[in-house]
Ligand binder design. Sequence first.
Ligand code: COI
Length: 366
Amino acid sequence: MTTSGFDVRPTAHPTDTAIRDEILGNSGFGRYFSDHMAHIRWTADDGWHGHEVRPYGPLTLDPAAAVLHYAQEIFEGIKAYRHADGSVWTFRPEKNAARFRASARRLALPELGDDDFIGSLKALVAQDNAWVPTPASAAEETSLYLRPFMIASEKFLGVRPSKEVDYYVIASPAAAYFKGGVKPVSIWLSSNYKRAAPGGTGYAKCGGNYAASLAAQKEAEAHGCDQVAFLDAVENKWVEELGGMNLFFVYRDGRIVTPKLTGTILEGVTRDSIMQLARDEGLTPEERHISIDEWRDGAASGEISEVFACGTAAVVTPIGELVGEEERIRLAADNGGEIGKRLRTKLLDLQYGRCEDTHGWLTRLA
Ligand code: COI
């Protein structure tokens, strides 16, 4: 059997329907995985080949595989949404495909074309369609989170780009990213750690950036916070992003500001979509530097009325508090903020097919 050019080898042990339904009803984020995964192999001699959908399961990697030593790895995050008529759609996959190629260039990995990237999502979702949750209501934002990733699999300890690479897509039923659902989260302002520096890998979606954020995330949790915010590495002044999400600041006068992309910030697909949706709503999105003092002063004076985080996993999540070594700044009413909420609803309505797709952002997967 072939789907989108992928050979399909179904599992002999599909998850029992009752167990799958139980998982879909209480998935959390990133804890459970569907029955299959997509795979494409790359070698320097033969390029991309061997497209397949095969049973989900452990990988066999040589202990000398380059990824295990030099972290030559990239990934993506994108969701599959079930619409009311049962069809399954994804959101702006060509943006993720382009970012995956930009990440590949930075990590000296081979580039994967749109056809293979989007084809792999289609092939996997066709096989694991039953793993895409059906939201019971608009309040239930469940989806199938797709995680494409690419690893350097050559058995070689010299430090150079791998001549053998494997690309996979795994799928995980997902509810809200944060445990408490959509309620304001608290942010720890990291003063000990930096996430990225100019010329580094900040804009690439590579595992190393997330590994570098973990000590700071641990520090955040030790201070009772949900996430960590990073400042720039040169002046220690400009707000960049959270451990795995972009940031937006809403001003009383309708401006909505997000840190400018300088090479150290991840170019979020949700970030870009929020800017367009804000424009559609008559707000004025701005991409510029925003300093930590502007955040502090704006929150204190009320000039900044809301701050929210956004990302594929987090969607739009209000920020309630900024906590630092010697400060604790409350940022929003207990319910977050109206603008963030409106943009969040707009985005989800679009993704779940509850309003017209005026920007042509949806692609049908199944
Ligand atoms: C996403 O939003 O998809 C992310 O990749 C963030 C995090 C879960 C790593």
